[in-house]
Design a protein around this ligand. Structure first.
Ligand code: NAI
Ligand SMILES: O=C(O)/C=C/C=C(\O)C(=O)O
Length: 486
């Protein structure tokens, strides 16, 4: 793998104009594996200018069918080069290959393919209107791209979350400037090769590397030629970006943090609930915005559930071996410090550590990786910090409950509103409780089961807007209503 990670601007790979670099680490070994060329303010301005110019060039003049052909070719090319994407994603994130090969990379391709389908089949809206003079008018809407979209991404599912935004943005005829997380620059950069290989016009897809404040992230959101900003990441960052978006009254789409609850009723199929929640708590080492960190279990099955979830947690071994019983590292030493801070705080707040709570022993090339133990707590109060703040690690607190109304109130008592899961064999209860959750997405007897056509996003501190299927079009297009007096 090339050690130097470059910006991709106007169809060409470029160093940063100030020749500043920052290191890229493999979280599984703690080793530095590359240097990233940081984009300067001028580089970011160039990328935005290239994106703007592309809107006036061949891209802006293409028919939907021509754009769809190119976007579908991007999906096919990602699939053809899936090994390269896999290597790049695994190097940046340290996640086991099995996770990246089943989730991150296929979703990277699917995100382009699905939005190519959506844009090909979306119907228009039309109304015939009676007019005051006894005549009629016909109203119909046309969709237009918003323009240059800034796409700011996190590190937990780098290709998946970036393409989830780039796919619909391009399908709607926009151009993009992507700012990947400083922790995971590789797959966004590699996608530039794919764009060139399929013949995407230059400037349609651009990538600038760097950090947030006073770096590429802020340069991008402050650039007045950017027409809208889409972001996935931490709630506080969303607030900072929103302030920049206010300049020029630009639209935002935010998918932010969560402190997602699961509710397990006594009539749940316990095998399914334990299997589902062991994924919801531990998958991707808990670095999933949809992950479960609060589990409410009805009292008659509480003890058994805790024992079985803890056994599932204990069953994971630290490492990146391609075997589902292995759990990868956290993304960075800094993030590990944050998670371990919550591990100690849980004890200070009165938790019983049923399993985990520390750093595992790893005796191989990954001895310096950023691993933590999968952790299950009981005894925490619903109001404790650990049960209220997003940790983003492989851990959860389990709390017993006695009544449906009580647990609905507990689950909804959070400033976040991203997702929830309900586990019960009583389907009328499943529907009822799911509908009472103040969240964007609620699963019943499953978790992270995704149909890309559905609305996806969160309420409250978890985000603004919904993306997915036709819902993405609300953000990535402007509607013009045309009224023709007959
Ligand atoms: N999907 C999610 O909900 C995610 C949540 N997180 C949470 O966020 C915490 C911090 O992780 P970070 O990667 O530091 O998240 P972050 O929200 O700070 O960073 C995400 C992206 O935003 C950029 N960014 C940061 N500040 C910015 C600014 N002022 N203007 C423009 N761009 C900016 C970053 O460079 C990165 O590309 C994690 O510990 C975790 O709790 C992190 C990743 C994903
Ligand atoms: O399936 C999706 O579109 C998104 C999944 C995961 C996240 O959004 C996340 O962890 O940030």
């Amino acid at each position: 793998m090339d050690d130097t990670i470059l910006n991709f601007i106007g169809g060409s790979y470029r160093q940063g104009s100030e020749r500043k670099t920052f290191p890229n680490f493999n979280p599984a070994t703690g080793e530095q594996i590359g240097l990233v060329q940081e984009a300067s303010a001028d580089d970011v301005a160039d990328a935005v200018a290239a994106a703007k110019k592309a809107l006036q060039g061949p891209w802006g003049k293409m028919t939907t069918a021509e754009r769809v052909k190119l976007i579908s070719a991007v999906a096919t090319e990602i699939e053809r080069r899936s090994d390269d994407f896999l290597e790049a994603e695994v190097a940046d994130t340290g996640k086991p290959r099995g996770v990246a090969s089943h989730i991150d990379i296929p979703r990277g391709a699917a995100n382009f393919r699905m939005f190519a389908d959506v844009i090909s089949t979306i119907p228009g809206e039309a109304f015939t209107t009676d007019t005051p003079d006894g005549g009629q008018a016909n109203n119909y809407t046309v969709r237009k791209p918003k323009g240059v979209i800034a796409v700011i991404c996190p590190w937990n599912f780098p290709l998946l979350l970036m393409t989830w935004k780039v796919g619909p943005a391009l399908a709607c005829g926009n151009t993009v400037v992507v700012k990947p997380s400083e922790e995971t620059p590789r797959t966004a950069t590699l996608l530039g090769e794919v764009m060139n290989a399929v013949g995407m016009p230059e400037g349609v897809y651009n990538v600038v590397h760097g950090f947030g404040p006073n770096s590429a992230g802020e340069f991008l959101t402050s650039n007045s030629e950017v027409d809208a900003i889409t972001f996935t990441g931490e709630t506080g960052t969303g607030q900072a970006i929103m302030q920049k978006a206010a300049m020029g009254v630009r639209d935002v789409s935010f998918e932010l943090g969560g402190k997602n609850p699961a509710i397990v009723f006594a009539d749940a199929d316990l095998d399914k609930a334990v299997e589902g929640l062991s994924r919801a708590v531990f998958l991707n080492t808990g670095q999933v915005c949809l992950g479960t960190e609060r589990v409410y279990v009805e009292r008659p099955i509480y003890e058994e559930f805790v024992e079985r979830l803890a056994a599932a947690g204990k069953g994971f071994k630290p490492g990146v071996i391609d075997d589902p019983t292995y759990l990868g590292p956290l993304i960075s030493a800094e993030h590990r410090d944050k998670v371990l801070g919550y591990y100690s705080r849980a004890v200070d707040e009165g938790a019983t550590v049923v399993t985990g709570g520390g750093v595992p022993k790893v005796e191989n090339a990954q001895a310096d990786g950023f691993f933590v133990e999968p952790t299950v707590w009981t005894g925490l109060s619903h109001d404790s910090t650990v049960m209220r703040e997003e940790i983003f690690g492989p851990c959860c607190g389990v709390i017993p409950f006695d009544a449906e109304d009580e647990v609905i109130a507990l689950a909804n008592d959070s400033p976040y509103g991203l997702c929830a899961s309900i586990w019960t064999e009583n389907m009328s209860r499943g529907h009822r409780v799911a509908a009472s959750m103040d969240v964007g997405v609620c699963w019943v007897n499953s978790w992270f089961l995704r149909d890309l056509r559905t609305a996806f996003g969160g309420s409250g501190h978890s985000g603004i807007g919904r993306e997915g299927g036709v819902h993405s079009l609300e953000f990535y297009t402007e509607l013009t209503n045309i009224c023709v007096k007959l």
